[in-house]
Ligand binder design. Structure first.
Ligand SMILES: [Zn+2]
Ligand SMILES: [Zn+2]
Ligand SMILES: [Zn+2]
Length: 252
């Protein structure tokens, strides 16, 4: 299985429009972050988690020609607003794209993408095959097994996903003891860590490191990073923990 981090930045991306801080001015490619998404590939099967505003660019950059499914963590704009750009896959594959999400997320998308649910649709609108899941769901996309993990994003219930020995938990603030059991014995954890200061809905760096200490994955990559984190090369992290970067590939 191969996991590619297509984007590792928080909702505004890095650099931030108009910002002149040292991170936004950095020439280090590891300081340039599109909005969060991962590509999971195993044999001929491929899925992405989240479809944000940079989805089109991410598909082009990673050279993705075939996509079997989309998994959505939650309905915030930086995770869903690129859904219209699923169209090239509809046209190439001649199928509706399976989209896995929670029922609350689907209700929200019915409003925001109303034109794709209309009785009489404009020819060429994206076509989705909605699959409702929740924190207890486990299923397969081709050869890729997926286990859902319930996470708290402030007061909002969202999903993380476990693919074999790797788990992806972005936009998380807290995890119940019940759901933590699904994060045991991980080879790789990818987890959101926004910046240094406290945030009501995201773990900051300190909280993420405490969580990693408790869960003890063999390796961890931090994602959903803001420019306030500082330059990637300057952030001090314990052994086994790294800042993720756009384009990072993990083979398992
Ligand atoms: Zn987000
Ligand atoms: Zn900045
Ligand atoms: Zn969010």
């Amino acid at each position: 299985m191969k996991i590619t981090l297509l984007g590792t930045g928080t909702s505004q991306g890095v650099p931030v429009i108009g910002c002149n801080c040292e991170v936004c001015r950095s020439t280090d490619p590891k300081d340039s972050r599109l909005r969060v998404s991962i590509l999971v590939e195993h044999r001929e099967d491929a899925l992405v988690v989240d479809v944000g505003p940079d989805f089109r660019q991410q598909m082009l950059r990673a050279g993705v020609k075939k996509l079997d499914a989309v998994l959505l963590t939650h309905e915030h704009n930086d995770h869903i607003v690129g859904l219209d750009d699923i169209r090239p896959f509809n046209f190439r594959q001649l199928t509706d794209m399976p989209i896995y999400c929670m029922s609350r997320v689907l209700d929200d998308l019915k409003i925001r993408f109303a034109y794709t649910f209309a009785e009489s649709r404009y020819p060429g609108v994206p076509r989705f095959d909605w699959k409702v899941i929740d924190s207890s769901s486990a299923f397969k996309i081709g050869h890729i097994s997926v286990e859902c993990i319930g996470l708290k994003h402030g007061s909002l219930d969202i999903l993380g996903f476990r693919f074999g020995d790797l788990a992806y938990c972005t936009d998380v603030k807290t995890v119940t003891n019940e759901q933590k059991k699904k994060l045991h014995n991980l080879k790789v954890l990818i987890i959101g860590a926004l910046h240094h200061d406290a945030h009501h809905a995201h773990m900051n760096l300190h909280e993420a490191l405490e969580f990693i200490e408790e869960i003890k994955p063999a390796r961890t990559y931090l994602t959903h990073i803001s420019h306030h984190m500082g330059k990637a090369s300057a952030v001090k992290l314990p052994a086994g923990v790294e800042m993720a970067w756009d384009g990072l590939c993990i083979e398992l």
